[in-house]
Design a protein around this ligand. Sequence first.
Ligand code: SF4
Ligand code: FES
Length: 257
Amino acid sequence: MDLVLHVWRQASPTAKGGFVRYEAKGVNEHASFLEMLDVLNEQLTEAGEEPIVFEHDCREGICGCCGVVINRIPHGPQHGAATCQLHMRHYKHGDEIWIEPWRAKAFRVMKDLMVDRGAFDRIIQAGGYISVRTGSVPEANAVLVPKENADLAMDAASCIGCGACVAACPNASAMLFVSAKVSQLGLLPQGQPERVDRVLNMVAQMDEEGFGNCTNHGECEAVCPKQISIDFIARLNRDLAKASIVGKPKHALAGAG
Ligand code: SF4
Ligand code: FES
């Protein structure tokens, strides 16, 4: 099939960007979306032009780095899938496709379709971990975890940090991401000792990075490739409210769940 692509080209974070029109001819319907861009890049390179910069690594929905906005939808039209999991069979001959980077103040466009998601790393550094003694593996049954909490923690832990939730939100809110990262630890016994500090520090860092607040649009959940539920945002708000009251000392949020 032949397609018309309108791709956002921007030479640097400070350069003025704009859409450039390309004709992609003979696109294989079995190719992935990123493979289609690979082929276009080969053609651009052969023609002596700069290839389009886009981020990718695992190409199987795990690493979270490949996200772009496709026809105004972060990660494109396929529900519950990252950009790298999208295939060209979802398009037909003659389609026009607009491809652009995540749009959010906290995600600076580095070049073309690639943005700096370092803000997410700094939010994790602010508290998205547990301080544990590393070394030998503990006995599996030494710390019992209710099945419901284990399942919920696993759901939250499936967040791949792609940033589509931010890109979809009219407020560029990172609440779905932060709520997943807070909840994956807050639901487990191992996450309790630092639970108060974790939520306070991660939310403070989120605000410092320039992400907006959540006003319950739900766009984040709709585009999340891991289908993280906005229920986790309610959980985050509850933890934040409790933590704001008790603040320090630690250990104040008794019990998981
Ligand atoms: S919550 Fe979903 S959309 Fe947001 S960063 Fe995690 S996986 Fe990506
Ligand atoms: S390239 Fe890793 S999630 Fe898409």
